[in-house]
Design a protein around this ligand. Sequence first.
Ligand code: KG4
Ligand code: ZN
Length: 359
Amino acid sequence: MSASEPLLLGIETSCDETGVGIVRGQTLLADTTASSVGEHVRYGGVVPEIASRAHVEALTPTVARALKDAGVRVGDLDGIAVTGGPGLAGCLVVGVAGAKAMALSLGLPLYAVNHLAAHIAVDTLEHGPLPSDCLALLVSGGHTSLLRVGDLAAGDYQTLGSTLDDAAGEAFDKVARLLQLGFPGGPVIDACARTGDPAAIRFPRALRGSEYGYDMSFSGLKTAVARWVELAQAAPGSVLPVADIAASFQAAVVDVLVERTLRASREFGITDVILGGGVAANSRLRAVLTEQAARRGVRVRVPRPALCTDNGAMVAALGSHLMSRGIAPTPLTCGVEPTMDLSAAGEGGQAAPHRWHSV
Ligand code: KG4
Ligand code: ZN
């Protein structure tokens, strides 16, 4: 780490985590998170208005804690990065307004970045610069896509395939609700599946086969689990084999994700894969993808679980990368872009300025 590298503070408020990260260059100095997840449990999903209000309360103390953890003062910062989209509009507005206030008052450049690009960039904090041509499997509560990434800072991404309906994380959340395991569903299904048999129930793997390209679908899988549970519960005296259901469902999701990724790797001759997003914290996905890829000479890079779920460090990492590459900052007149996708993003994963609305 060199003191001449930029010191960036990144703010993430696209969903229910208020994340503030601080990096110098690509060295992580602080990653502080406040979560409103507990306030959403009784609703079985994130309630946008509750999440937005929680961000308002948490943002300033989380920034203060991150600065303290990193041992730096606000005056030491060289730039501010923030998630500009995609995400929940009211939640994004809190982070973007806070980031603008910091940038304006401190006279610093602002980088409003794409959340999905940040999920990829965070890996550089652990494993160094990205290979120049790699695949990125992005699996979160709101998105599931397989991308070919050329140059992250130049906004050079190509979406090879995406889910046509539910995101992988959304399927975990919905199945967990069905099994009354709580929210968010991913971690509880992951834990519950450890004692179950992944081959106990053969749930469907939709759109399998090269004729479907790299697109995915998880809503039929969720319905298949619901139907299976309904039938099982109709039997007199039945006890639901929850661990087997969780393990079998998880195996179906993982199979689909691994098949798409390794097929793309083979067809495009790309031997580096970055796994990112909240579902990348899944123990089976990490293990199966890494193991099957290794057998084919493909390297898989996965950040540690805490950096896979939403956090401020990933936003700071991308901001720092853009700044180091001399990418122009985002104008302070920018707004939020709740449906921003990667292919619509301009240079550096920032939204094209003309598409911004003022906050
Ligand atoms: O990236 P993220 O923190 O937020 C979004 O951008 O959506 O991802 C959250 C999603 C949730 O659906 C959650 O259930 C899922 O990631 N998740 C997991 C695991 N940990 C979090 N899914 C499967 N296994 C896990 N261990
Ligand atoms: Zn995310």
